[in-house]
Each structure stands twice: as structure tokens, then as C-alpha cells.
Design a protein around this ligand. Structure first.
Ligand code: PLP
Length: 396
């Protein structure tokens, strides 16, 4: 017999979320996640994936992935520390280190578990972590797992960060203090103030950790936010994901050799969870090679991002503080944001609504992620649909 208590808990809470417009319905994609996608048999312009450079469906990556399956099989066979470390994983890690301009790198199965792994391998209950208020959920969970004291500072507010860093140091309560931030904030598209963060870190002897999930492949001609500001020698942890601009799956930390050596013996997902498959490792390596050889895709991404952003702004949408191709259309009320997204989808644009708890209450939005793979025609078509739906809903 199933638990009555569980049934009551689930049914009440699901009904409550639906009532408040916070219940997310999942739309399965039939086929590849490219610039156009098919959902329920209907083809839509896709402005919701993190596939910034279009690499998720790139022929060159598909070829090396197939070749890696032929040469190495479909699974790594074990965790990295037993015998799941294949030559392909080492090649990937060398490539990441070159790409990021660091001594070494370690790869994980996802960006999410990389944050869980790396933060808790270094920080513990005797430490404190200064964390930007808009940091990603995986950073928040990684910080919690470490048992360090979490001290939130106001989003990108450098006065607040300095004040809280000073208080933490002067309290004498903590052995180590870390400052941790997204490089690019995924819901608004704004960039962390890394030069000031690094200055504050130097002043108060803080460890520095940048999660560049949305900056890598996008800023710094592709190499990321840290490179964009020329701070490769000043940031201890350059964390990133292989699932967004790189187009595959996995996460990594790039940094000094001693840090990577430590993470290889102390980060739990590296020790206790099987490594990514040969196809994934080979495809990620190839993607990074492509980015290191040419800035073509990166330039196309910015061209498309700027075009869409200018178009949405001209139509009169509130696009917030975006400094990158990520472009929100902020609507406010959760239900209105969901209705807006639904009508866009009906009209031919897949742009998903993002509401609390992913963003603060009352800042519901539809978020647009143009990519290098979109054509001008697709973006024009999307803008025409935005205009039609926006006017019908009195948003513009
Ligand atoms: C997406 C994301 C992650 C998680 O990366 P995955 O590889 O998808 O697990 C971590 N941090 C940030 C800021 C992200 O946006």
C-alpha cells in the first residue's frame, strides 16, 4: 500500500503550484535541439536552448562522437578513480586547461555536480562563502553541502560584498573565506563585476570561484568571462559546463595544478559516479578545438544576439540589464509570463517563461537565447510574432 501521507503532500502541493501559475509543464522536443524545434508535430523557432553556438547538432562533433563509440564503446565503465579514466578524458582535460589558460583542469559529469563536488571538496564548517544573491541553484546547493557559513551579498553590489568580506574577516570565525559568483547571470544576461570582485578578494585574502556556465563560448572571444577581463591568474576556480555553448554534457574546473590534484582525490562525484561516455568526452574536446581555432561561431552569436535584442527593445519590451545574447522580456506577474509564452508558442516561437523560484517573485519573464545557428529570417519572423503577441496582450 502506498503512503497516504505522501499522496496528501503531493496532491496538495501540485494543486497549489498550478493555482499560482508556478507548475512547469514539460514539452518534449521531437528531434534535434537546433534553431528550429518540433513540439507536438509543430515546427517552432527555438529561443530557449543554451546551445549558444549551435554545436549540439554540429556535424563535426557528431562524427567524432561516432568514431569514439567505435574505438572506445558507449560507456566509461567505472568511476574516474578506479579505471574509468580513459585517454579521451585526459585529452579533454588538457584541452580545457589550454582553452582557459590554466595549469590544469578536471572534468565532471555535469556542471551541476561539478559545483556540488568542487565547493565541498575545499570548503568546510570552519569556513565562510560570500555568495551573490542571484547565483545558480547548483552553487547554492554546493555551498550548503560544504557546511560552510553562507553569507549572501546583494546582486553585483560591490559595496555590500566589501562590507560583508570585512565583517567576515574581522569576526575571526573563519579559516578560509571564498567569494563565489556566476560569470554571466543566466536569467538576466548581466556580467559579474569580476575586476572589482578580484580586488576585494586580494584585499581580504578570499578564494575566488567563478561559475562561467553562460560566459564560456560567449565572452572573451569564447574563452569566457575570466578571459574577457584578463583575470586568468587571479581566479582560483574557473568552473564551467560542457552542456551549453560546448553543446554536449559535463562540467569542469580549470585552475592551478595543486587545486586540480586535490579535486581528483577529494571531490565525491569524481570518486563515486561514473565518468562521461567516450562519445561525450570526444565531442566536447572537438568543440573546444573548434572554438580555439576560430571565432566565427562566437561572432555570429553576438551578431544574432545584438540583432534580436535591438529588435525587442525597439518594439518596447522591457529587456532588463542584459549585456550578453541572453535577452529576457520581463513581464512581471507569473501567470502573465506563462500566458505570454503560451501565446508565443501557439504563434510559432518557442520562448519559455521563467518564474519564481528560478527568478524573484514578480519578475516573471520570457527568456530568449538566440544562437549562432539562427538565420536573420528566423529572427525577423520571431520579432514579427513578438510584436503581434505583445500587442494582443497589451505588453507593448
Ligand atoms: C546550467 C548551469 C549549471 C549546470 O550545468 P549543467 O552542465 O547543465 O549541469 C551550473 N551553473 C550555472 C550558472 C548554470 O547556468
Amino acid at each position: 500500500m502506498s503512503s497516504k501521507t505522501l499522496d496528501i503532500f503531493l496532491n496538495e502541493n501540485i494543486a497549489d503550484l498550478k493555482e499560482r501559475g508556478l507548475y512547469n509543464e514539460i514539452d518534449p522536443v521531437e528531434g534535434p535541439n537546433g534553431p528550429k524545434i518540433t513540439i507536438n508535430g509543430k515546427t517552432l523557432i527555438n529561443l530557449s536552448s543554451n546551445n549558444y553556438l549551435g554545436l549540439a547538432t554540429d556535424e563535426r562533433l557528431k562524427q567524432v562522437a561516432k568514431a569514439a563509440i567505435d574505438s572506445h564503446g558507449v560507456g566509461a565503465g567505472a568511476v574516474r578513480t578506479i579505471n574509468g579514466t580513459l585517454d579521451l578524458h585526459l585529452k579533454l582535460e588538457e584541452k580545457i586547461a589550454q582553452f582557459k589558460g590554466t595549469q590544469a583542469a578536471i572534468s565532471f559529469q555535469s556542471g551541476f555536480n561539478c559545483n556540488m563536488a568542487a565547493i565541498s571538496a575545499v570548503m568546510d564548517k570552519n569556513d565562510a562563502i560570500l555568495s551573490d544573491a542571484l547565483n545558480h541553484a547548483s552553487i547554492i546547493d554546493g555551498c550548503r553541502l560544504s557546511k560552510a557559513k553562507i553569507i549572501r551579498f546583494e546582486h553585483s553590489d560591490m559595496n555590500d560584498l566589501r562590507k560583508k568580506a570585512k565583517e567576515a574577516v574581522e569576526s575571526g570565525l573563519y579559516k578560509k573565506i571564498m567569494v563565489i559568483t556566476d560569470g554571466v547571470f543566466s536569467m538576466d544576461g548581466d556580467i559579474a563585476k569580476l575586476p572589482e570582485i578580484v580586488d576585494i578578494a586580494e584585499e581580504f585574502d578570499l578564494l575566488t570561484y567563478v561559475d562561467d556556465a553562460h560566459g564560456s563560448g560567449v565572452l572573451g572571444k569564447g574563452a569566457g568571462t575570466v578571459k574577457h577581463f584578463g583575470l586568468q591568474d587571479k581566479v582560483d576556480f574557473q568552473m564551467g559546463t560542457l552542456s551549453k555553448a560546448i553543446g554536449v554534457i559535463g562540467g569542469y574546473v580549470a585552475g592551478k595544478q595543486n587545486l586540480i590534484d586535490w579535486l581528483k582525490v577529494r571531490s565525491r562525484p569524481f570518486l563515486f559516479s561514473t565518468a562521461v561516455s567516450p562519445a561525450d568526452a570526444a565531442a566536447s574536446t572537438k568543440a573546444i578545438e573548434i572554438l580555439m581555432e576560430s571565432t566565427e561561431l562566437n561572432e555570429k552569436l553576438w551578431e544574432n544576439g545584438n540583432y534580436l535584442k535591438a529588435g525587442l527593445k525597439e518594439l518596447g519590451f522591457n529587456i532588463g540589464n542584459s549585456e550578453t545574447p541572453i535577452t529576457p522580456c520581463i513581464v512581471g506577474e507569473e501567470k502573465a509570463a506563462q500566458e505570454f509564452s503560451k501565446r508565443l508558442i501557439d504563434a510559432g516561437v518557442y520562448a519559455k517563461s521563467i518564474v519564481f523560484p528560478t527568478v524573484p517573485r514578480g519578475t516573471g519573464r520570457v527568456r530568449n537565447m538566440p544562437s549562432a545557428a539562427h538565420t536573420k529570417e528566423m529572427l525577423d519572423e520571431a520579432l514579427a510574432i513578438y510584436e503581434k503577441v505583445g500587442k494582443a496582450m497589451n505588453l507593448i
